[in-house]
Design a protein around this ligand. Structure first.
Ligand code: S3P
Length: 444
């Protein structure tokens, strides 16, 4: 799925990675900071916003719906919101690029406003299922014209007032949960989401921080999250912690490349996001947490990772929601472990930016790694710490995490690995390769 502006890139191993890196702002939190600031009355300020393409798509969409969003030189963003219920009719289609989070969360916001918005995206996003948000938002009263199969391009016709619902999530998805809560923000009465399996809770934390009336309760059937609609949001000053999903590439690189010693500063440690650290530690990774603290209502720490011999594990399926974006790089860690790592219960990987089970199986196979594909996961035979044969060209399929994961694989391979297109890295980690050069000492 490489496209006309593809940027091929070849990565050769060059020995250990050493140094200190600060990962960019958390993608999930960055999206939500812009959306909620755009709904507050008054000026919010966001420091450490991820300036990747996905988040910039959210910024452009919120501007198109009336918010005043300005980037200052320092990388600080200032947002003047329109107030809950105040979103304006966008003049043109909202281009979501590659971003599923922007699309699904904004569909929720539009659903309870008296406006109509058309969502378009790239080939990857246009293949992803939107029925999972259409169903609950339609129950709230919004109407949809979608491409067959519940895909983009699609049009959302919002309604005000929308009708509150009580909805049990059929898939463990923070995006679906958040879309409903955001729709509930401008819906009179109490909108409830029941979450049988806990997913990332950034929306809940941040909605509360902005002053929304939101409660979370543990019930026998799962977490019950209730939002009382049509409250006013108060502007906030937000500091976005570093993205644990971006830190994951360095955690694996540091673990598998002999002689490495990397410190990653300011990493978000929200327990709904740290499954990769748990899994890597189960495999024998040497990861230490330094100076745990709280930043902007989220737990944060610095992490030090040193090379270690990894041993294969059966990945506990209950870790799936807290490491859903980290499976591609976990499969790379598995490729260097002793024994066969088996990950099951991760069917959702089939509907991410690419089919991450098939894409990673093909990529690892091309580099000389034996894998066995399941409908809901992958088994990966490890090299016992030896370098991979490598020497292949990888189809990254418009998927940033495939590009970065296979870059990590290339750091301990006998022959260089080429990405057919490294451009997708810009969606979540624009300075990934510059940081890699620094850690390898090749940036002089
Ligand atoms: C996200 C939720 C997850 C994750 C995505 C970001 C979010 O998606 O994969 O990268 O910010 O809510 P799902 O909700 O589809 O699992």
């Amino acid at each position: 799925m490489a496209h006309s502006s593809s940027q091929p890139r070849t990565i050769a191993s060059r020995g250990p990675l050493n140094g200190t890196v600060a990962v960019p702002g958390d993608k999930s939190i960055s999206h939500r900071s812009l959306m909620l600031s755009a709904l507050a009355i008054g000026e919010s300020r966001v420091d450490g916003l991820l300036e990747g393409e996905d988040v910039l798509a959210t910024a452009a969409a919120m501007r198109a719906m009336g918010a005043d969003i300005v980037r200052e030189d320092s990388g600080t963003w200032r947002i003047h919101g329109v107030g809950v219920g105040g979103l304006l009719q966008p003049a043109g289609a909202l281009d979501m690029g590659n971003s599923g989070t922007s699309t699904r969360l904004l569909m929720g916001l539009v659903a309870s406003h008296p406006i109509t918005a058309t969502f378009v995206g790239d080939a990857s996003l246009s293949a992803r299922p939107m029925g999972r948000v259409i169903e609950p938002l339609a129950a709230m009263g919004a109407s949809f014209s979608d491409t067959p199969g519940g895909r983009l391009p699609l049009m959302v016709r919002g309604i005000a007032p929308a009708v509150p619902i009580r909805y049990t999530l059929p898939v463990a998805s923070a995006q679906v949960k958040s879309a409903i809560l955001l729709a509930g923000l401008n819906t009179p009465g109490v909108t409830e989401v029941i979450e049988p399996i806990a997913t990332r809770d950034h929306s809940e934390r941040m909605l509360r921080g902005f002053g929304a009336d939101l409660t979370v309760e543990d019930m026998p059937e799962g977490k019950r999250i209730a939002i009382r609609g049509q409250a006013e949001l108060r502007p906030q000053a937000i500091t976005v912690p570093g993205d644990p999903s971006s830190a994951a590439f360095w955690l694996v690189a540091g673990s598998v490349v002999p002689g490495s010693d990397i410190t990653i500063t300011n990493v978000g440690m929200n327990p709904t996001r740290t499954g990769i650290i748990t899994a890597l530690r189960m495999m024998g990774a040497d990861i230490t947490e330094i100076a745990p603290r709280t930043v902007g209502g989220e737990p944060v720490a610095d992490l030090r990772v040193r090379h270690a011999s990894l041993t294969a594990i059966e990945v506990p399926p209950e870790l799936t929601p807290s490491m859903i974006d980290e499976y591609p790089v976990l499969f790379v860690a598995a490729a260097f472990a002793t024994g066969t790592t088996v990950a099951r219960g991760a069917h959702e990987l089939r509907v991410k930016e690419s089919d991450r089970i098939a894409t990673m199986a093909a990529a690892l196979n091309a580099c000389g790694v034996t894998t066995r594909e399941f409908e809901d996961g992958l088994a990966v035979d490890g090299s016992g710490g030896d370098p991979l044969p490598g020497g292949a060209t990888i189809a990254t399929r418009l998927d940033h995490r495939i590009a970065m994961s296979m870059t990590v694989a290339a750091l301990h391979a006998r022959a260089a690995i080429t990405l057919d297109d490294a451009a997708p890295v810009g969606t979540s980690y624009p300075i990934f390769f510059a940081t890699l050069d620094r850690l390898m000492g090749t940036d002089a």
